[in-house]
Design a protein around this ligand. Sequence first.
Ligand code: PEP
Ligand code: MG
Length: 590
Amino acid sequence: MSGLVKGEKVYRGIPVSAGVCRGKILVLHQTRHVIAKQHLSGDEVESEVKRFEQSLVRTRQQISEVQRRVAETMSSAEADIFDAHLLMIEDHVLIDEVLKIIRDQKTNAEYAFHTASEKYVAVLEAVEDEYLRERAADLRDLTGRVLDNLLEVKDQFDLRHLTEPCILVGHDLSPSMTAQLDKKMVLGFATDIGGKTSHTAIMARSLDIPAIVGLKTISDDLESGDYALLDGYNGTITINPTDNTLFEYGQLEKNKASLDEKLREIVWQPAVTLDGKAIHLSANIEDQYDVEAVLQYGAEGVGLFRTEFLFINREKLPGEEDQFQAYRQVAAALKPQQVIIRTLDLGGDKFASHLQLSKEVNPFLGWRAIRFCLAQPELFCAQLRAILRASAEGNVKMMYPMISGLDEWNQATALLEKCKAELRAENIPFDEHLEVGAMIEIPSAALIADSLAKRVKFFSIGSNDLIQYTLAADRTNEKVSHLYEPTHPAILRLIKTTVDAAHRAGIWAGVCGEIAGDPVLVPLLLGLGVDELSCAPAVIPEVKYMIRRVKMDEAQALAEFALQSESPTEIFARCQQFAWQTAPSLFETK
Ligand code: PEP
Ligand code: MG
């Protein structure tokens, strides 16, 4: 046994890309650039400026080259990540600041660039928004490249020419380095820092390489040559795994492979119960690039397009035209399948920095979703017009989030009619019969579902919020997570009330919160009469697998039991037992 770690040792981090791998570790010890401040004489300053500009040109060429390689080996979405690097390197605020330091302080370009970029990295690292914080890693990546060019240092690690398969371990892995990974040689990777939304994590998923981030000091604790088993499902890396651990993982991998095979077989099969009830099984998406996953996992269109992600994480707010392009792309790609676009649900835990909303004491009970949109008719109408226009290009439906009563529905309808009238006057085509539904995610909406059902074309139950508002348990606060119980009798009664009201009015009711993607709870939802389920694309196959094994009379008996029970734990245990008996293979890999 070699290395610093003796005996089996397990490290836990954040799993960001699924899969299991085992092999020798290669630790990347990044050497920091040594940046000394050098004083220049007055006539050296302009040639230093020139040297800096040449390094930018060289860096731009290198990034374009990496981008080209990524576009060839991955998808254009991953290549787009490097657009952010190109934008940064053309950022005049940053460049002007560097030039000012060189000229005012008569100092070398390395020092000037390092000083300016570190300032921006510090600003980005301090913001609350996780996405923006991750952009600090992009800027560091870029800074490293510029400094390499100024100092004439060769690429620190040329990961394109590894000679034997390994698991990479490092403090961080920059997107540029990730882009160079050779899938045949890199079995997986683990880093000290990083989050789920870092570009490195996004690329690992796209490359299908198991990966864990946030392991804190792993790059110091391990040595190249250590043998490890990396579990990208659960976020663990085991050093010197014992025979027993290897055997257990071997079993797990076998089960997983056999389940994957079963799931692949049903990708193109319908989501129909054993006794013939068809369930509409669709996907939740966050932008137009998710369409690929919708198709790959065999979803029937989109049941929830969370449009607020077009507003968050963007350099500037999207206008009507940008939104139209995004919606149209999804509608056209999935035609004739339906695409349900949800209007903006900003607020709560989702903010767009450009809107500079003032802090609220209770954001989840505050200026959120439809409340915010009705108060910002210009912003709302731009979205309504974009959705209407996209409806001419596919099977588009629309729904409003956070409806709490009829007034909001009526006001939104009036604005929609106004937008339709404008489009007619401008001779812009749209679907005159565009169906509009309401999300049921506030208890008051569930309790007046009979009134709403007379006005809407469908209901989509947002269980994530319905649970938090019914049980007064903040969905993002781990201190009250024990109270956040999907199988609480109050939740089940509200779902039942909603579904029954829909059916009495001749419309359908679906569920698009996380419970729709949980195979343990799916039979209960079917038993409660739900017609549609919408969940993350990657879990569609498992949900479908479960649906295809359920008999409706048994699911109804389960729901009847649940509606009479007074205990969330008892209901959950019964659901678990039902799910295990109905589709055991789904649970043998967990
Ligand atoms: C929900 O609340 O269940 C839902 C689907 O909406 P979001 O998670 O976007 O609030
Ligand atoms: Mg919601």
